[in-house]
Design a protein. Sequence first.
Length: 226
Amino acid sequence: MVVSHTRFKVDEAKQIIDSGVIPEVRPADGHDILGTYRIVSSLDSMKQTPQDPETFIELLLSRHADIMVGRPDKRPGRFKEEINYAGATRFVDPDLVKGTLTQGFSLYRSLEHPFARALLIMFLVAEIHPFDDGNGRTARAMMNSELVAAGEMRIIIPSVFRNEYVASLKRLTNHLQPESFISVMSFAQEFVSKISFETYAAARSQMEECNAFDDPADDKKLLLLS
């Protein structure tokens, strides 16, 4: 699976989570796995959703701090101080981060459906890119928090589905076309809804059947269980 740019085989990631032991050869990536898991596996944490701009920013900073706790060089829990880029995309200037988050929160509060709120808050964080690193993980944690709090199915972006996910974000960013993003995230949520998570073995087997762990470069597509 892919956690941002952190790549581990599924069993390797599970071993890190089960043992809590960080691999010596890739300590930073191991910390990324553990930090992300601690956030998304805690129902108490994931049921917390923001009620005002202040708590939105506090929750965002807190989750980023927990996810990136093993990466002190990435300034966990602190907004960026320098402009960041992804290819030709220039993200929001550091001086405008808090103001843009506050303005975006008003749009978030205007939405009623949990799925709409989830996608909006995820895109808002990803588009602003408020941190030095860990923006995607934090954005997806915020998204799934909305779904968990509402008792709805989470959204997982499998490795094989990464290209569709990234392309849909770029289409929304560059062309103001949300249809692809909504379609991609709806498909990802439907994929999750058909997987049995009662046991690790069952979930892994079904996800393998759907090509979830494959590399998109191999021309594999994410399938849905019938």
